[in-house]
Design a protein around this ligand. Structure first.
Ligand code: FDA
Length: 298
């Protein structure tokens, strides 16, 4: 990150929530499940699938994890009552991973069971590297008796190609992203060309293993390379999908749909939008700079 960008990002916590909300609005479907379902309806009408994410990561009490589990159960019930094309994504720390791994597994199992009864699917997001092993362990425990659960790999982690080899062996359903957390150089690639090389090595590994892959990126280069590789391997558009975040580069999404690719949009919603939006703004200092300019220049 450039020095100026680092400066801009450093100032973000001083920005009033109201202003952050105004600039973050494109990235969040709203505060309620109804808002989120309306966003899914619009996406579906444009030909995109969706995955719903209830915002809120850091919990400290078991009751909060149980409340998140119940919110996901309610979400699945509501989706089943509509004809909307959406699955759900969740974070294990929100379901108690840092409190008690067994308690977390039980919570996620309840969600995955409920999804299975409704022929729906649950994606387990990947969080920072302190959670990687525990997240993979929970995923493997569930994957043994459920085919409606998927995991995420982060291409910036040096370990991920090895993880992909393991996951390819069980034909796991994997979302691949670059990775969003700040990690040490000892465990993570830092240069964008290294991250792209790792990303494509994992795409190739999982395509060849026959895994269903969610190619989560807004990077034209990666989207193009993936598309070309899929053509070369004679994969049909039903054998993988592109995934993008709500509000980010909708033009790229439409052009992928126009080629006949599958696209799924990650739709975050909920009252805990603030930390999520700060992450999005940190990722995109150009937008963050705009926020700050509006703070000082009225
Ligand atoms: P890159 O950051 O290079 O962006 C490519 C281009 O997209 C940029 O040049 C810019 O124009 C545009 N862009 C990117 N972000 C933008 C933004 N916020 N606003 C406006 N334009 C923007 N991470 C993780 O660690 N665990 C996870 O479980 C997930 N899950 C996940 C799901 C889905 C569907 C997506 C798309 C992403 C994730 N991520 C994630 C986040 C991911 O790791 C990564 O941080 C972002 O996708 C940004 O990386 P890109 O591949 O898009 O490339």
């Amino acid at each position: 990150m450039k020095l100026f960008d680092r400066f801009v990002v450093g100032l973000l916590p001083a920005v009033p929530r109201k202003l952050v909300w105004r600039f973050s609005r494109p990235y969040v479907a709203g505060e309620s499940l109804d808002d989120a379902l309306r966003a899914v309806q619009t996406l579906n009408a444009r030909g995109a699938k969706a995955t719903l994410d209830l915002l809120g990561e850091s919990i400290t009490r078991r009751e909060e994890a149980e409340a998140a589990r119940d919110a996901y159960l309610d979400m699945l019930e509501r989706i089943a009552r509509t004809s909307l094309d959406t699955n759900v994504s969740l974070k294990l720390t929100q379901l108690g991973l840092k409190l008690d791994a067994k308690f977390c597994l039980d919570n996620v199992r309840a969600v995955v069971d409920a999804a299975a009864r409704r022929r729906n699917f649950v994606r387990i997001d990947m969080e920072d590297s302190s959670c990687t092993d525990a997240t993979l362990t929970v995923f493997r425990a569930l994957q043994r008796d459920h085919d409606n659960v998927g995991i995420v790999l982060q291409a910036y982690l040096r370990r991920s190609l090895d993880d992909a080899r393991e996951l390819g062996r069980i034909k796991a359903n994997v979302r691949l992203c670059k990775g969003i957390y700040v990690e040490a150089e000892a465990i993570a690639y830092k240069q964008s060309d290294e991250i792209r090389a790792s990303y494509m090595a994992i795409v190739e590994e999982l395509f060849k293993a026959g895994s269903y892959l969610g190619v989560a990126t807004h990077d034209d280069v990666l989207a193009e390379r993936t598309w070309e590789l899929a053509q070369k391997l004679k994969l049909t558009p039903q054998q993988y999908e592109f995934q993008m975040l709500y509000g980010v580069r909708p033009g790229l999404g439409q052009s992928l749909l126009g080629r006949g690719a599958r696209l799924r949009v990650y739709v975050p919603y909920g009252r805990q939008w603030y930390p999520y939006c700060m992450r999005r703004l940190r990722e995109n200092p150009a937008v963050a700079g705009y926020v700050l300019k509006n703070l000082f220049v009225r």
